[in-house]
Design a protein around this ligand. Structure first.
Ligand code: IMP
Ligand code: MG
Length: 188
């Protein structure tokens, strides 16, 4: 299992994140949103998105959620109980790497509502084209992609490949790369 074909280049990601930042800025202008990053997958996306958002009064928070084992969702979500801060009356934007079945973000959104959030919206870098198993939908989606397992730009396979600069499709028969170049790219 190694990173294969490039799905999204650094330039494509950068340009789209800029657009999302503009749209999110317009939505929250005059308000005081909390950006809630879902760790670890949202690490790069959250940081890049925040730099593309032009709002003075924002709060940033993170929650660690996990449901995957290898390339399969286990359906069991761990980490929701650790939501520490007060969300009562707040406008929360959940930021995550990918909307797959949607179960993770739907459970998180439901919990935030229960904690009294005034508004809960979702922004994801990627959404898989598949039958989502939940009623919630992300308001902001960077890219809709095929139902393939992807890694890079925060997305992992068993904890690996998060540091890749691009989003790549996981290749089950790919060559094993033991080392990345100093720029974090795969060797040619
Ligand atoms: P969902 O609950 O099925 O929507 O799963 C969402 C979570 O599963 C994401 O936050 C990711 O951590 C993980 N995930 C789903 N698809 C992929 C993928 O293609 N690559 C890496 N992680 C994925
Ligand atoms: Mg995740």
């Amino acid at each position: 299992m190694t990173p294969g074909r490039i799905l999204l280049t650094q330039e494509q990601i950068r340009a789209r994140v800029r657009e999302l930042g503009g749209s999110i800025t317009r939505h929250y202008r005059g308000r005081r949103p909390i950006f809630l990053g879902v760790m670890n997958g949202a690490l790069f996306f959250l940081a890049d998105l925040l730099r593309a958002v032009d709002l003075d009064d924002t709060e940033i928070s993170c929650v660690g959620l996990a449901s995957y084992a290898g390339t399969k969702s286990t359906g069991k979500l761990r980490g929701l109980d650790a939501l520490g801060k007060s969300f009562r009356g707040r406008h929360v934007l959940i930021v995550d790497d990918i909307f797959d079945t949607g179960r993770t973000l739907s459970a998180l959104a439901a919990r935030l509502k229960k904690l009294g959030a005034a508004e809960v919206k979702i922004c994801v870098l990627l959404e898989k084209r598949r039958r989502h198993e939940v009623a919630v939908k992300p308001e902001w989606v960077g890219f809709k992609i095929a139902d393939e397992f992807v890694v890079g730009y925060g997305l992992d396979y068993e904890g690996r490949y998060r540091g890749l600069r691009q989003v790549r499709v996981l290749d089950p028969k790919g060559k094993i790369y033991r080392q990345l170049t100093p720029d974090g790219e795969l060797p040619p």
